[in-house]
Write a protein that binds this ligand. Structure first.
Ligand SMILES: [Zn+2]
Length: 321
């Protein structure tokens, strides 16, 4: 084509002028047709490109963003549903396990789901395109937030109860007041027995541990000494400890008192020495456990403890011994 275009005219020396080269009609027609087709193809490409990118840049991006946002909201809704289900499982465990352990009342489902506010709360969202979706998510979010709040309050309460339980475990009398070894023997149990002085049947309010004078007598739980003095009612040198939670313990006939009124003491701490003071026929410890101002059988308040565990506990409570 290019060579043809160059030779569209020819110089005629005879006429001294440029003369157009005669192109055959058929060839001429073919040229025009090719050019027309090319123009048509170009126009088509331009048209298609234009219509394809017609939305760009703004509309196209906005449409895509809108679709993405809608998808994200849907995912958010699903995540909120899952969170809600998880919370419900935690609530069940809380009511029937954690709170049950500590004898705490269960939290009613109306309190757990209540406090949501009216429907008018979401009026602001009504003007948006995806109003239903937005309101649904806002409602779910409020519910999950409220449930989480109530749940965290409940856990705070359970933690307090657990902390008290821990204190209770350390306070309630739970060991023998004298070392578990062969120098000590139990000479009298709690209950009815004949009194060696009055020679009558009487109720024995505690347990007697006979042993060598001077062996240490240990506090059987954490507490506070409420009296530590000589008693003229037969107990001799006697220590009374308040453990809280309704419990007290009494250690009588001591040869020496190792604590004073008001002392805070720990389980295994020495409160005095085994002795024969007061109304006693031989060196022994008279030990009482008192629950809500009534003596109870101390044998129910001895944990099974191996001698080495006992020794370890006593050593920890009395580092200088
Ligand atoms: Zn006794």
């Amino acid at each position: 084509m290019t060579s043809m275009a160059k030779h569209n005219y020819r110089y005629n020396p005879a006429t001294l002028s440029f003369e157009p080269i005669e192109v055959p009609v058929l060839k001429k027609f073919a040229n025009v047709t090719i050019q027309f087709v090319i123009s048509l193809v170009v126009a088509l490409i331009v048209f298609l490109s234009y219509s394809y990118y017609f939305d760009t840049p703004k509309e196209k991006i906005l449409k895509r963003e809108n679709a993405e946002i809608a998808l994200k909201f849907e995912l958010l809704g699903k995540m909120l549903n899952e969170s809600d289900l998880m919370l419900e499982e935690i609530q069940i465990r809380d009511n029937h396990t954690y709170r049950a352990i500590f004898d705490a009342d269960t939290i009613s489902s109306s309190l757990r789901t209540g406090g949501m506010g009216g429907a008018s709360k979401y009026d602001d969202l009504r003007n948006f395109n995806n109003a239903d979706l937005l309101i649904d998510i806002a409602t779910k979010l409020d519910q999950v937030t409220w449930k989480t709040y109530i749940q965290s309050k409940s856990f705070d309460e359970v933690i307090d109860l657990a902390r008290d339980k821990e204190k209770m475990i350390h306070s309630i009398p739970a060991i023998q007041p004298v070392a578990v070894d062969n120098k000590i023997r139990i000479t009298s149990y709690f209950g009815h027995r004949s009194d060696p002085f009055l020679r009558t049947k009487r109720f024995h309010q505690g347990m007697d541990f006979a042993g060598p004078k001077g062996v240490p007598v240990y506090a059987t739980g954490n507490g506070r000494v409420i009296s530590a003095a000589y008693s003229y009612f037969g107990y001799g040198n006697v220590v009374l400890v308040d453990h809280g939670f309704g419990y007290k313990t009494r250690y009588a006939h001591l040869s020496a008192i190792g604590v004073k009124k008001g002392d805070t003491i720990t389980r295994g701490q020495i409160v005095g020495r085994l002795g024969n003071s007061g109304r006693s026929t031989g060196p022994h410890l008279h030990y009482e456990v008192i629950y809500r101002n009534k003596t109870v059988d101390p044998i129910n308040y001895f944990n099974d403890m191996k001698p080495e565990e006992y020794e370890m506990m006593v050593r920890n409570a009395n580092p200088l011994e």
